[in-house]
Design a protein around this ligand. Sequence first.
Ligand code: UT7
Length: 333
Amino acid sequence: MSELNSKVDVSIAGTGSYVPERVLTNDELASMVDTSNEWILTRTGIRERHIAAEGEYTSHMASHAARRALEQAGMQASEIELIIVATITPDTPTPATACHVQQQIGANRAVAFDISAACSGFLYAMKIAKRLISDGAFQNALIIGAEKLSTVTNWQDRTTCVLFGDGAGAAVLRRSQPGEGAIVATEMGTDGNLTHLLEIAGGGSACPITAANVHENLATLSMQGKEVFKHAVTRMKEAAEKVIERAGWKPEEIACVIPHQANLRIIDAIADRLAVPNDRVFVNLDKYGNTSAAAVAIALDEANRKGAFHRGDRIVLVVFGAGLTWAAAAIRW
Ligand code: UT7
């Protein structure tokens, strides 16, 4: 069953991901701030994360992931009509990182723009692209979640610096061919009353970085972790339930749930509440930490390449992040 009012089905033709070479372990972090491998592992499930090299930008990681997704889809970059990059760490405030990606991969025909929805960005991009394809505006789209969070991390703040990592994930969306799957149902939500719970306060028009405040770490992420945790569990559960219900599925029919990768305790709580067995919930945050918009995209690609689901299987993606924002998608693969 397709999403209400959609004219044609839209499927995911290929996925790709990329993480930088450099690995930063919990033990290394323990030599930088007052923390321990034991604390990080038991409170979050994270063992290590990847950190981009100095000259390696968000667009470079995005382009690597995009090429891999195109290769899997069996498509050339020149065929792509739309590129949406979801990121909170663009190469520059303007132009959009998607424009750099267009140039780097040679997708000369593509319309390209960024969206900012933090960790929910990849699924926001999926909904936008799906709608634009099903309405006939574009034949296909490349959606990418890409982040260089290491540039907005306060490396002196143990409450946040142990959480984040760099990377990118991509998917090629196109009108479903006969026998292909479909993005069956989507859900998005926002609560702008809670912007203060997770933010980068400086570096924008509200609080530009000046010579006077440059040492105050204003251009780095700050988070009220406990509060965010509670909202994450509630909103992700609700969003996942909505798309499962709209798709007309039962929890036991779902082959794989791919949640935002922020904290293993959040993921376990959602699996419990959705009554989906833990072995059907995909987790890779132990290797990458929280890569914001990239996280669910990297997880989707890894799960796909590992054979965690097959043609015709029912999968659910669900995310949550700053804004607060949340989203979910029910996909027949
Ligand atoms: O991607 C967007 C969505 N983000 C999320 O969903 C993240 C949601 N939040 C979380 O994942 C968790 O709240 C955290 C992992 C951020 C924190 O875990 P927590 O169990 O909520 O810990 P807490 O903030 O309540 O801190 C417990 C204790 C505190 O010490 P006291 O006050 O009990 O003495 C902290 O100071 O742990 C201390 N602490 C640390 N200790 C060692 C905080 N960070 C660290 C650390 N190492 N890195």
